[in-house]
Design a protein around this ligand. Sequence first.
Ligand SMILES: [Zn+2]
Length: 86
Amino acid sequence: MFCRKCGKKIADNARFCNECGTAQFSENRLDSEVYLENKQKLSRNIKICFIILIVGVLFKQILLVWLSAILAIVALLRFFAFGHKK
Ligand SMILES: [Zn+2]
């Protein structure tokens, strides 16, 4: 990496610049912290999306099962009602 003050090339894990002595680690840590936070937020969002998707799919299936069951019951009731009327 390069010194954030003088721009000289320094070791990637260096905490201070060898040339001017400027502390490097605070900004680097902040960057990595921000990066980690963003990554965590992203993974959390992905997890939430997955949960919503799974719940949605499950609900859809449950809803479809219930709908088909209700339709079947209604159809049977209609059939029996018509049968009784005739
Ligand atoms: Zn420097």
